[in-house]
Ligand binder design. Structure first.
Ligand SMILES: [Zn+2]
Length: 466
């Protein structure tokens, strides 16, 4: 019955949405504003507040409903200074940057280089690491099945008794790579970033004799307030049943964060604009959430899920976009709900789009807080140019994450793919096999990917609300 009635409507709406997004350059123009007029949108900055005001105005202009912000407090970080000196075998000074949540300290110690730092290297060099300064590259260890994140490398260094942490970028270009040391809390030890070239110079110095380093950092860690932005396109048939599309607004403070994640923000906004135009024909409510503070601990999404804990039961699916718009084929990583893969495969066939569909739980972006609360969720992106190694960020987290790296067409493509995905899901009333998962099931999924232990090293346990 549902098929006969719904399918023709869906096809007509689908064509309407496609035509709308494909003839619009709003996504790119919004990104230009966010990057050029606002800036990094990093938590606690004036630029963050300007971006929030801009997005609220846009959402109202697009005819979205219930447009509002939800405020909360968190532990913020503001960059001060960082200095890296060698005191032996020669006196030298090297350029570096502090990593978010690095506090204020002066630390001296011997350099211990761990390469890409797989867990065995930490174990083998445990005696050397204790009381000394660890340097590790941004590369994920090539001999590991999973991607090893910065947070884990830092956590393992702290657990092994290191007194400071140096994050050496693996790609050339004199760029330091930033990234939070801990989530929503001051780091246990100072952490700084150096470019590949600086790291190489330090390693050449080590050929002359044991290197002694001095790390001096001065940064602010203090309570701040921020807000999540939430508009919606309310459904007509069962408005309490919710679909979520989200992305994080903040970039790192050293860049405009055009890819990570200005792109995801404007793609969600563009999908919201397209769906707002047909909101009186949507069976289910689609809620769009623009999160602050993802970069320093997935804080916005954690606060949101926690504040809407009871409502989470009504969420059919949450899709998150982080560093999207690369211009390739659409990718949807379902976060462990394998039973949804055939459903999305069916949708991809109807859409006549070559979606790449996989299932894998990723604890390093905002969808994780929904998944951890048992909500069926996914991570959407598009395929990147060939040749990038696992875990490699490209320009992300560097000062070079600028507008010129983003293709207007890539944004348009992903906005189109997201809007269509939400539209198809909104019409998928029956045949939705995913149910909410309990804590034990989520823990099992994490253990199967060796990530439960990792979250422990990262000091993220117990998960909020567990
Ligand atoms: Zn991001």
């Amino acid at each position: 019955m549902a098929q006969r009635k719904v399918v023709p409507d869906l096809a007509a709406l689908d064509r309407e949405v496609i035509g709308d997004v494909w003839t619009s350059d709003e996504a790119y123009r919004n990104l230009v504003y966010l990057c050029d007029e606002c800036g990094s949108r990093f938590g606690g900055t004036e630029s963050e507040r300007e971006a929030v005001d801009y997005l609220l105005a846009k959402m109202n202009e697009y005819g979205l409903e219930n447009v509002h912000t939800e405020e909360f407090e968190y532990t913020g970080w503001a960059r001060g200074t960082a200095k890296l000196q060698a005191t032996s075998p020669e006196r030298r000074e090297f350029p570096c940057i502090a990593l978010p949540y690095c506090g204020t300290a002066t630390i001296e110690g011997k350099l211990v280089f761990l390469g890409s730092g797989n867990p065995e290297v930490y174990a083998d060099k445990a005696a050397e690491i204790k009381g000394n300064i660890v340097m590790v590259t941004t590369e994920s260890p090539p001999d590991m099945k999973r991607v090893m994140h910065r947070m884990e490398k830092f956590g393992r260094a702290v657990a092994a008794g290191a007194v400071a942490f140096i994050w050496m970028r693996d790609e050339p270009g004199l760029l330091e790579e930033t990234g939070s040391l801990r989530f929503n809390a001051e780091a246990d030890i100072p952490g700084i970033g150096v470019s590949k070239e600086t790291g190489a110079a330090i390693l050449r110095l080590a050929e002359k004799g044991p290197v002694k380093l001095k790390v001096t950092t001065k940064n602010k860690v203090e309570r701040m307030t921020s807000s999540t932005i939430v508009p919606e396109a309310p459904g007509q048939e069962s408005p309490r049943r919710l679909l979520f599309a989200g992305g994080h607004l903040d970039g790192h403070d050293i860049a405009p964060g055009a890819m990570d994640n200005g792109s995801g923000t404007v793609i969600v906004l563009e999908a919201a604009r397209a769906l707002a135009r047909i909101k009186d024909k949507l069976p289910h409510t689609v809620r769009f959430v623009i999160f602050p503070l993802e970069e320093i601990g997935l804080i916005g999404s954690e606060e949101y899920v926690h504040a809407h804990r009871r409502e989470m039961r009504n969420v059919q699916f949450m899709v998150n976009l982080d560093a999207a718009g690369a211009g390739g084929e659409p990718v949807l990583l379902v976060q462990g709900w394998k039973e949804l893969l055939p459903v999305f495969k069916g949708m991809a066939k109807q859409m006549k789009q070559p979606w790449q569909l996989r299932s894998n739980l990723n604890p390093y972006s905002d969808q994780f807080n929904f998944a951890a609360a048992g909500v069926p969720s996914g991570f959407m992106s598009s395929t990147r140019p060939a040749g990038r190694k696992p875990g490699e960020r490209g320009w992300g987290h560097t000062a070079a994450d600028t507008l010129d790296k983003v293709s207007p067409r890539g944004l348009q493509m992903d906005a189109l793919n997201l809007a269509r995905l939400l539209l198809y899901m909104s019409f998928q009333e029956q045949d939705w096999p995913a149910s909410h998962k309990g804590k034990a099931e989520i823990k099992k999924l994490l253990e199967a990917q060796d990530l439960w232990e990792v979250l422990g090293f990262e000091k993220r346990l117990p998960l909020r609300g567990w």
